[in-house]
Write a protein that binds this ligand. Structure first.
Ligand code: ASP
Length: 589
């Protein structure tokens, strides 16, 4: 082989029929080694694709012997001639050619890997996390990381064209109130004192508006020390944005535009204009502030049509101002006893905790069958069915409980039915705004107002009047972007007036001393000419996950933590020795 400064002339996804006859050098990993006696075929893999290498006993027996020894994941350099394949593989772009190898070097041998590097790998998640660097060799994972990068590129291109400036903010800061626990970092130089890692750059980006930067963004790492229920990570990425002199409309238009641009650039999809769904309607019709609207199935209130019988369950709920509501599971009237029992168990599960599920079947033959036949005449059941637009073949499912619980559980039942009945078109996209979110929500235990998003959201101007008397009634100028049933952005118009900001802190129960200690620098900044401003942050990992078709955000984060917050590969968090603790002035309990 000619000595060359370069290892390779081409990568493994590059060569085609037009290259036949060329002498080329390829590098990569041995994906498969097929020994057919007289011939050896090796699939050589790199990030760009797979190319077949051929070794022939008749023409070069010693080289063939060497090739025979190559194990999976050996790193090799192969030089040879591009030839047309007799047995073409239409499934891969390089499938019409192969390389007749004349020279082979092993750049590095490899131990047998603990799982296969294919999309359909035989490795379970634990193992793949431990050997994440091998997991990331799988083409699917590489595609996901590349999509992630393409999306970021599109984001930067769009925001740059719109005059946004990318500005970095520090990670060693003071607590930021996003409602989670802070990760703390001890200070060596000031023993006994701690930095907090940012839950988001919220306060800093607002201060950049006070600085007059006008349009800011940052691909920001955020840190939240919370229980990792659901699909969360202790550190995750936001596309964090802020704009001055804007109203809600401006922010919506800007980031609707950005979302559409990213879809177009990375998936060639033209999204239609986004619906703006008031929070109240989202809860009323779908029982969730992030409903999946890829299918319909609204929750319909039934209090006005179910009363006036002997059925005490409903009567009690009506008199105690509860809610009876239902959904129409279209085409499910043939559900068996067992299936209905499963749905009943679903709604009665301890974390949902409603008492039961009532059904009405509108059978194909025109008869009606229900679990409350005893109490309701056919006319009454028909009237309930009419409210839900029931046709022959439909199954009505009804829950009666406290208002919020009825809606929440029906929202979950709606999703469960969609899953069971395959109502969701996997290729469909549903992206829309949820607007007019509440400013406060009641604390689960005390009922006292706590902030629904964070304490810097501006109240809706029409609701100022309730600030003192009924704070829980006040809407915020805040909004979420929902994608296929996931919240991928939240944001708000901010308070920029010092007095109003202080008032909100007071409603939230911060004492004067706490206010000063936690937010003094911010309120102080507002004395010096803070412009009206607002913005938002995208939960970037979740957005990528949806675009990449992953199941969890771990699928699109190169080195994620597991559900216990552990990095399985590095084995972090880990212990530190006493000396290190001493230096940072920390003593373990
Ligand atoms: N900082 C907020 C969050 O992390 C987003 C925003 O209001 O811009 O949810």
């Amino acid at each position: 082989m000619q000595s060359s400064t370069y290892y390779r002339t081409h990568h493994c996804g590059e060569l085609r029929m037009s290259d036949i006859g060329k002498t080329v050098s390829l590098t990569g990993w041995v994906n498969k080694n097929r020994d057919q006696g007289g011939m050896i075929f090796i699939d050589l893999r790199d990030r760009y694709g797979i190319t077949q290498l051929v070794f022939n006993m008749d023409t070069n027996a010693p080289l063939c012997e060497e090739a025979r020894k190559l194990g999976r994941e050996y790193v090799i350099l192969a030089t040879g001639t591009v030839a047309e394949r007799s047995n073409k593989n239409q499934n891969i772009p390089t499938g019409e050619i192969e390389i007749i190898v004349t020279n082979l070097s092993v750049l590095n041998a490899a131990e047998l890997p603990p799982f296969t590097m294919d999309d359909e790998t035989d490795g379970g998640e634990e193992l793949r996390m431990k050997y994440r660097y091998l997991d990331l060799r799988r083409p699917q994972m590489q595609k996901r990381l590349m999509l992630r990068a393409q999306m970021l590129k599109a984001v930067r291109t769009y925001l740059d064209a719109e005059g946004f400036v990318e500005i970095e903010t520090p990670n060693l800061i003071k607590s930021t109130p996003e409602g989670a626990r802070d990760f703390l970092v001890p200070s060596r130089l000031q023993p006994g004192l701690f930095y907090a890692l940012p839950q988001s750059p919220q306060i800093l980006k607002q201060l950049l508006m006070v600085s007059g930067m006008d349009r800011y963004y940052q691909i920001a790492k955020c840190f939240r020390d919370e229980d990792l229920r659901g699909d969360r990570q202790p550190e995750f990425t936001q596309i964090d944005c802020e704009m001055s002199f804007v109203r809600q409309e401006d922010v919506w238009n800007m980031f609707e535009g950005m979302t559409k641009y990213v879809f177009k650039q990375t998936k060639n999809i033209d999204l239609p204009d986004f619906l703006r769904l008031p929070y109240k309607e989202a809860i009323q019709y779908y029982g969730s502030d992030k409903p999946d609207l890829r299918f319909d199935c609204k929750i319909i209130d039934l209090n006005d049509v179910v009363g006036g019988t002997e059925f005490s369950v409903f009567n009690n709920i009506i008199t105690s101002n509860g809610l009876i509501a239902g959904i129409n599971a279209k085409g499910c009237s043939e559900y068996s006893r067992k299936q209905i029992d499963e749905l009943t168990e679903f709604v009665k599960a301890p974390h949902r905790g409603v008492g039961g599920l009532i059904y009405i079947k509108f059978n194909q033959d025109g008869t009606i069958k229900s679990s409350v036949d005893k109490f309701y005449s056919v006319e009454q059941l028909t009237a309930i069915g009419n409210k839900l637009n029931a046709q022959k073949g439909d199954l009505i499912l009804i829950i009666a409980d406290k208002v919020n619980k009825t809606r929440k559980v029906l929202g979950e039942l709606r999703l469960e039915m969609a899953k069971r009945e395959n109502w969701i078109d996997k290729n469909a996209w549903s992206v829309f705004w949820v607007v007019d979110m509440p400013l406060f929500e009641p604390d689960e235990n005390t009922g006292e107002p706590i902030f629904a998003h964070h304490p810097f959201c501006s109240p809706h101007p029409d609701d100022f009047q309730y600030m003192d008397t009924e704070p829980l009634r006040v809407r915020a100028q805040s909004y979420d972007l929902v994608m296929n049933g996931n919240e991928i952005l939240s944001g708000s118009i901010r308070v920029h007036d010092k007095t109003l900001q202080e008032k909100i802190f007071t409603i939230l129960g911060f004492s004067e001393a706490e206010k000063e200690k936690r937010f003094g620098f911010m309120v102080n900044a507002f004395k010096y000419g803070a412009p009206p401003h607002g913005g938002c942050a995208f939960g970037f990992d979740r957005w990528v996950m949806l675009m990449a078709g992953g199941d969890t955000i771990r699928d699109v984060i190169p080195f994620p933590k597991n559900n216990n917050g552990r990095d399985m590969m590095m084995d972090a968090p880990g212990d530190v020795d006493n000396e290190q603790l001493k230096i940072v002035g920390v003593k373990l309990l």
